[in-house]
Write a protein that binds this ligand. Sequence first.
Ligand code: ADP
Ligand code: NG1
Ligand code: MG
Length: 479
Amino acid sequence: GTGMPEAFLSMWHPRNAVMSSKCPPVLHMPSMGEQAHRLAVLSETFIAAFSQQPQFFSRAPGRVNLIGEHVDYCGFAVFPMAVEQDILVAVATNTTGMLNICNVDPSHAPYSCDINNFEINKERPSWYNYILCGVRGIKDEGGMQSPFIGLNMAISGNVPPSSGLSSSSALVCASALGMSYAHGLSLALDTLAEICGRCEMHVGTQGGGMDQAISFLATKDTAKLIEFNPLRATSVALPHGASFVVANSLAPMNKAANSYFNCRVMECRLATQVMAKRAGLPWRTFQKLGDLQQALGKTLPQMISMVEDTFEVRPYSKRQVCELLNTTPEELNQVSLSENTRHIQEFKLHDRALHVFSEAHRVWEFKKVCEEGGPYALHQLGKLMSDSHRSTQLLYECSHPKLDTLVELSSSLALGARLTGAGWGGCMVALVEESKVEQYKEHLWKNFYSKEPAAEGRPRESVLFSSHPGPGAYVFVKI
Ligand code: ADP
Ligand code: NG1
Ligand code: MG
């Protein structure tokens, strides 16, 4: 037997396969390979912690974003693919009404709370907050009334944390999937993606939904163009002859631990509102640069001209923003700013908005080159990636000296390279001709990693690897 209540399995019975074809797949446990080994270790941890067998496992992948950085929360399309690294969650129900959480990594201490009554503390960036987010998302929006059944959960992850490959969302998505499957809910992939996009905000960061969307909607062997509002994912074949190499700068950056990320979200919001006011629109109702573009019916290049006409390159003080909006700092705090950005006194409206509109434009250019191909396709893609990096470095100021070093070291052997994810540390992704991949990795190893104390003793594959597009989230059952 599976150790699972019958009701859980029946909805996934093959005769329902067509109806639930848009739900996360339910697969049998692998019996060999690295995944099987991780599942076995995870089971042992689970049994040691809870004195019972796991009933099923949920898993969700991290991602590498190929282009389109810091534009999802402005409403613009992005271009990620899932990586093979993922978060695995072992799950069983309990009869106590508690949510009990533990991790195979003992540096992440266990945590327990009442599943029907818990808070998520934004002030403390605890690892289990992401699980609470996933559980909370299903409680709030899964379509089921309380009381919810108690759950035991054990976590095993191999997405490098705080490195721009979205370990956080993999953890949220895998937990939400575990919570929904344990309650017999058959939620569609895009519903899960949207629920998770919203519920991760309970940790305090106001992301745009890219990470959760690709974690559920990814398909093996393709990257996805992801559009928002409504959420749509379109497979795009990548040109032959090149691969994407991910290199970790080994400078971690925990996005929930400070306000760097939200500061950028707010700068974009303020730029939106100032431009809306200047165009005679009701500025308080605008949040995203993408919504402003739609309301004005302009192209992205026209929006870039509008940024140049509206803003000076210098930073704007909070008082100056208030003057432009004809409002008070109190109202600005209320209408525009998040709790953790109300203390910020300077906003670089020109540079941030210029990055967003030009980066949004590069995403569509990237897709066009992928589709049209041609003899220069790889070089054109590489150039778009390098332009993207320069824009995040100089206009968005979210790079890191180590990332810039990696990008510079890439220029001789890669077609293009850029930071991926939110930045301020974390990973870089490079486009490299297949015949040069080994040489390129050797080059980075010799000129970067061999000089990095943080790389000492680490297997090369854990910090520098070729990435092939992997599948999205699914459930494993033992049958
Ligand atoms: P990113 O999403 O780019 O990896 P974030 O700063 O958004 O970085 O999220 C990183 C946080 O996610 C970590 O600080 C940790 O709290 C949590 N996390 C990621 N992977 C794991 C894991 N395997 N086990 C426990 N917590 C994890
Ligand atoms: P990472 O670096 O994985 O935390 C964040 C946001 C994305 C997106 C990118 C920048 C979350 C959960 N993720 O990713 O939505 O804005 O930065 O492109 O907030
Ligand atoms: Mg994250």
